[in-house]
Ligand binder design. Structure first.
Ligand SMILES: C[S@@+](CC[C@H](N)C(=O)[O-])C[C@H]1O[C@@H](n2cnc3c(N)ncnc32)[C@H](O)[C@@H]1O
Length: 384
């Protein structure tokens, strides 16, 4: 058994030993004085600096030969912390703690359950929608949905920030203005009322604001709500008329510049054209949108007149269109709107000239500024 060492010195008793040559020698005495106090461990020896230092592993003293100095409270505490940290680290997966792994697992489970639920509901709705036989003309649905229309579309319009898009479009309206498919009047607040003449940045004469306004909608229930709203929102403006009419055959029904006591509806302007025609979210609801647009072009002032559209329809993406197509019959039956129409194709077929085109929301929201085809306008002018 090895004798214990204190401060690097052996405590073995000094007694004679016999060397290989048979000479009795005394075992060397400890070189260090014995001490009852623990000494710090020997500093590591650099063999290059002290070649006599024996660093061979076989001759090094084993840990059991040394007595480790007693550890202080702090050292023991630090050791325990280190051990706990090592144990924790061994339990992690790629360095991710069990708590985070549990959270991720629960999240993945919730998402997959919800996705499964959505998919099941979607396939159920698709098979229901495909079994329906819905006519192309679903515009009568608005007669019954009129009272709840605003409440139904409010949230989705807010989420899509459609209010700002309506405002940006409608503020372009100027002169004698017609809004078709006006519905419950969701654009009313954005019109600049009263015509103002001025000059633009390049010094050209400009006209801003609306001189007269006419609102038409096929549904008397919808147009009644729009009229009531207008009287409440813009009580001072008198040059306005409201009619339940088909946009496909609407005639020029301008409220004339009235004198005191005159009835706006009785005074219909004699001009043939409007300066601006506005329609928002209307092409989806009418049975023949191409013919309606072509007609609107025929009552738009030929050179400076504009048709302003904000519509919804097909997307840039096939996967979105597939969803729109699959659910279209059920949506049309319930809301009176075919949401899978190709608005771009309708506009091109109408024969109107595109001044500006923009799309948002995966391409499902379309904004157009249109005007009558200028080559046709010139030909008509030459024929006069
Ligand atoms: C989706 S709502 C849009 C209402 C409104 N323009 C808006 O932006 O909230 C469609 C409207 O088009 C009207 N409509 C459908 N076919 C029409 C037609 N041929 N002529 C005029 N209005 C029509 C419906 O009565 C309904 O009010």
């Amino acid at each position: 058994m090895n004798a214990p060492r204190i401060g690097g010195a052996s405590l073995r008793a000094t007694r004679p030993t016999i060397s290989s040559r048979g000479i009795k020698r005394k075992a060397p005495r400890p070189t260090q004085p014995m001490s009852v106090h623990p000494l710090p461990p020997n500093p590591p020896v650099n063999p290059r600096i002290n070649p006599s230092a024996n660093t061979h592993p076989s001759t090094k003293s084993t840990p059991s030969q040394k007595r480790a100095p007693p550890k202080s409270e702090l050292e023991r505490f630090q050791e325990r912390i280190r051990a706990e940290r090592d144990a924790r680290h061994k339990q992690t997966y790629h360095g991710i703690s069990p708590r985070v792994l549990t959270f991720l697992g629960i999240t993945a489970l919730t998402i997959s359950t919800y996705t499964g639920y959505l998919y099941a509901s979607y396939t159920r709705e698709v098979s229901k929608a495909q079994s329906l036989s819905i006519p192309t003309d679903v515009s009568d649905r608005y007669n019954t949905t009129a009272p709840t229309f605003d409440a139904e579309v409010e949230l989705s319009e807010k989420a899509m920030r459609l209010g700002a898009k309506r405002a940006d479009l409608v503020r372009l309206a100027r002169g004698d203005v017609l809004e078709v498919s006006c519905g419950t009047g969701r654009n009313l607040e954005y019109y600049e009322l009263g015509e103002r003449r001025g000059v633009d940045a390049e010094g050209r004469a400009t006209v801003r604001g609306c001189r007269t306004l006419a609102f038409v909608d096929l549904s008397p229930q919808m147009v009644a709500i729009a009229e009531e709203k207008f009287r409440r929102l813009r009580p001072g403006f008198q040059r306005v008329v409201f009619r339940a009419q088909d946009a496909a055959s609407v005639s020029v029904v301008k409220a004339a510049v009235l004198g005191p006591g005159q009835d706006a509806d009785a005074e219909v302007g004699k001009d043939r054209y409007y300066d601006t025609i506005v329609q928002t979210m209307g092409l989806c609801s009418m049975p023949d949108p191409v013919a309606t647009l072509t007609h609107l072009g025929s009552i738009t002032e030929p050179t400076r007149g504009r048709i302003l559209l904000l519509e919804h329809g097909r997307s840039y993406y096939d996967w979105v269109n597939r969803i729109l197509d699959n659910l279209a019959p059920a949506h049309a039956d319930r809301h009176g709107c075919w949401w899978n129409r190709d608005i771009g194709a309708i506009v091109r077929e109408s024969g109107l000239e595109i001044v500006e085109e923009k799309r948002w929301h995966f391409g499902t929201t379309w904004r157009y500024v249109l005007r009558p085809r200028q080559d046709r306008v010139e030909k008509a002018g030459e024929g006069v």
